[in-house]
Design a protein around this ligand. Sequence first.
Ligand code: HEC
Length: 140
Amino acid sequence: MKRFAIAALLTTLAAAPALADSAGPAPKPAARGAAAISGFMAHFPFEGGQAVYEGVCQGCHMPGAVGAVGAGAYPALAKDENLETGAYPVLLILKGQKAMPGFSMQLDDKQIADVVNYVRTHFGNHYSDKVSVDDVKAMR
Ligand code: HEC
């Protein structure tokens, strides 16, 4: 499971800069990705929903959460009706799904609540009911 997750992350990070270049201004995913990889087995240090998104999620879901198709298919989180239920992204981040690894070891309850609340209120999403730290804890 862990081996697979790392392989998926490496594959993605290798593909991300090329995809970013073709999409416009380069957002430096490689630099952030390197930071994420060096601490992959450990707790990620990012604080706040935006920092967690940029440090952990953006390498696959891309700046603006527009998604990508390259080494794999990464769904857009922008204007994503599947985010209507807050529990859905929480579960995905905790457990992973198919080519998305779970991050239950690397992100604590607050980081997960923060990034879910961030994604659900940015990128054209307007779901203002917040996921709480206790909601995340209960789903572990
Ligand atoms: C290694 C690449 C990768 C990373 C890192 C990643 N994801 Fe994903 N994500 C995916 C893939 C691939 C899918 C599609 C999974 C499937 O096929 O069911 C996905 C699916 C999702 C979905 C479901 C979208 C929908 O419309 O059903 C959400 C929500 C999501 N990711 C949120 C996040 C968040 C938030 C983070 C950061 C904490 C994150 N992802 C990090 C690859 C990634």
